[in-house]
Design a protein around this ligand. Structure first.
Ligand code: PMP
Length: 359
């Protein structure tokens, strides 16, 4: 079996140890006599799986006890609707638009109330993070929505804004990659398929006092309180995805938690950006170091044909998923938590070789 290095934007690389454990337990989970896939979500064995996943996530992110952790479905895209449905008490909210998903979130919220776009980097195809000084936010908004990491464009918010109203963050593409102070946020949400597990699971971390104000029109399943009051078991949760998520949490704890993965992530990102900044062929799309994502690194040669040649040759070398999103073009290497340093090293080595041959 020849495994390649994947730089996919999501679903993306998984820790090999997690895949090995899942393989080992596929037919029989511990002493249950069955696969997790076959298990009732109301069984004792499954109870342990979901409870461990939650408590390990709480440990990793140091989540205070007045926050609920919800295991949901529908992807981060459903959160674009659930956030306003649950939090837009007076039907006004501030949105920071730093990318395609932020734009979608703002557009969805417009269905439910007044959306004030207080900052945007659309003028330069989202290749920077706009100034987020606290003075730009409206005191009478119900919340401020930000996207902590912009998957497509390769930017991230390094300094979270100080807001008087609850800060809501879409952390889909950088949750658990660096330390964050959960109590700075009213709500955090993330699709699992980058740093937390398989597609099909969405995690919401929400401060308890924000629950219970859902709009009357909201579907029962879109009310956070429904999910919170039923310990994510109002209906059948995505059982296998939560199990894999639990294994990833165990893996993260085993290597030293967020502190350790943050170090590893910086080491990987430094190697790649360091190469890009001295290269005569490749250029990083995001110029300002503080705005650069350490999860999604976007770069171009400036020549579309050469970009395509690079992507094709990289694939031949077992470096998969480096084609950039069509709205940016060029290349994007997604170097999430589970992407090992060796993968980034292999990519940088190949880039060096390609540069030599094509300059
Ligand atoms: N937000 C961000 C930052 C994303 O990267 C993505 C997906 N890549 C989404 C939202 C949408 O997530 P989903 O596909 O889970 O709906």
């Amino acid at each position: 079996m020849n495994r390649v290095y994947t730089f996919n934007a999501g679903p993306s690389a998984m820790p090999i140890e997690v895949l090995e454990t899942a393989k080992e337990q596929m037919l029989c989970y511990k002493n249950s006599g069955m696969s997790v896939l076959e298990m009732s979500h109301r069984s004792k064995d499954y109870d342990e799986i979901i409870n461990n996943a939650e408590s390990n996530l709480r440990k990793l992110m140091n989540i205070p006890s007045n926050y609920k952790v919800l295991f949901m479905q529908g992807g981060a895209s459903s959160q674009f609707a659930m956030v306003p449905l649950n939090l837009m008490k007076t039907k006004k909210a501030d949105y920071v638009v730093t990318g395609a998903f932020a734009k979608k979130a703002a557009k969805e919220a417009e269905k439910y109330g007044e959306v004030r776009v207080v900052a945007s980097s659309a003028d330069q195809n989202f290749n920077y993070i706009p100034d987020l000084d606290s003075s730009i936010f409206n005191d009478d908004s119900d919340y401020v929505h930000i996207t902590s990491n912009n998957t497509i464009f390769g930017t991230k918010i390094s300094n979270f804004p100080k807001t008087k109203t609850p800060l809501v963050a879409d952390m889909s593409s950088n949750i658990l990659s660096e330390k964050v102070n959960v109590s700075d946020f009213g709500l955090i949400y993330a699709g699992a398929q980058k740093n937390m597990g398989p597609a099909g699971l969405t995690i919401v971390i929400v401060r308890e006092d924000l629950l219970g104000n859902v709009m009357a029109i909201a579907p029962t399943m879109f009310d956070y309180k429904t999910i919170a009051d039923n310990d994510s078991m109002y209906n059948t949760p995505p059982t296998y995805a939560i199990y894999i998520c639990g294994l990833i949490m165990e893996w993260l704890l085993s290597i030293g938690g967020v502190e350790e993965i943050e170090k590893r992530n910086h080491k990987k990102a430094d190697l790649l950006y360091g190469y890009l900044d001295q290269s005569k062929l490749f250029k990083a799309v995001v110029k300002k170091p503080a705005d650069r994502s350490i999860m999604n690194v976007t770069f171009v040669t400036g020549d579309k044909d050469l970009d395509a040649k690079f992507v094709a040759e990289a694939k031949e070398h077992g470096l998969i998923g480096v084609k950039g999103h069509r709205s940016v073009g060029g290349m994007r290497a997604s170097i999430y938590n589970a992407v090992p340093f060796e993968a980034v090293k292999a990519l940088v080595d190949f880039m060096g070789e390609f540069e030599k041959n094509n300059l």
